[in-house]
Design a protein around this ligand. Sequence first.
Ligand code: AMP
Ligand code: MG
Length: 436
Amino acid sequence: MPESPTRTVDEHLAEILELVSPPPAATLPLAACLGLTLRADLTARLPAPPFTNSSMDGFAVRAADVAGASAGRPVELPVADDQPAGPRGASVLAPGTAIRIMTGAPLPEGADAVVPVELTDQPRGSVPLPPAVRVLEPVVVGASVRHRGEGVAVGAPVMPAGTRLGAAALAAAAAVGYGELPVARRPRLAVVSTGDELAAPGEALGGGTIPDSNLTMLVALATEWGADVPVAERVGDDPGTLRAVLARAAEAADLVVTCGGISAGAYEVVRQALESPRVRFVQVAMQPGKPQGLGTLAASHGDVPVLALPGNPVSSFVGFRVLVRPALAVLAGRDPHAETATVPVRAAEAWRSPAGRRQYAPVRLEPPERPGEPFLARPTHRLGSASHLVGSLHLAHALAVVPAEVTQVEAGQAMAAIPLPPWSPELPVQVAPHPR
Ligand code: AMP
Ligand code: MG
């Protein structure tokens, strides 16, 4: 079989991105929106806060009535009413009186300030309504008052389309009147690992078999990213069986990823099952991860893109990060290029990189000697980016990106690195992502 000419990572990624398209917006309840991308600009339907209310437990007053108060000469006001938080609505304050008020309760009409309970002669806590309160300090107009709409006015922009909905964004949407949001549905990624040598994790190994670490890894990478994984299967080296599994996978998914069975051996099951005008197998100028496949599978809901990753675990890991995640991003209505945003680093030591291929080297990041300088990248394993080193991959904070033309990385050399989650907890300082 003749080897196809090598393409750059960027050329390959561009072709992958042509295979995927963003989904139509769906409307989902807030509780189902975590991690999804907002598909429309949100403006406030309600002001936040929705009514003027107290920010303290205390007594609603007119500031003018307590202007002369001091600890030595307290101002005594009769307590005319009680204003708890809740649906009761605001009471009315007569001049020269006070109304006991709780945090979040509507400010009584006629009141313009709240005296916190700590600035009165009254005890804190659950006590009966006193007949009168002695105010020990003056308060200014507006003290301890949160005005309607002071956080967000009705109709004000709250967040733009494209926002990834985290916990705080969901809270903001709820606060300004939304119970459901237009979002891009969570992408569904099917994962199929291949190879007669694979055993289930934890299963006793026969001669020549190895644990299938990729299936677990790819499912976890997809889940960690925020995709659903409706199909996760391990298949041996029989093309007919694989075709049947892939047909089912395509029915259930927006994107299918396989691993293994695509290089130059005699038993390359993914190649045997899929090579056709629809699915091509190519050489990409990257290390690890040179053999790659891409194309589409037919399904009743239309053509489903398929990406075939090589079987070596580090190759699969890098392929997911550099090629699959951008495709998922498009499916999720997000910027695919943000998936491979980099931070600047410097090499902590020298290492080799293959000629003519962009290297993605798993590295640990060490704090720089002087604050403010780039972090120092050190290969996680003395064998560098060798593609079988799955047992130390979890130590990596980042993938150092070594340009294709570099064959020797020197200690101190500046380069870019793709941060891996979760990488920051172990680092004393977090590196800000590079603006793109
Ligand atoms: P392949 O791409 O199928 O030629 O496999 C390349 C190398 O990766 C071989 O050493 C395989 O045993 C190994 N490998 C393939 N698939 C997996 C997998 N799912 N988990 C762990 N190692 C794998
Ligand atoms: Mg194989």
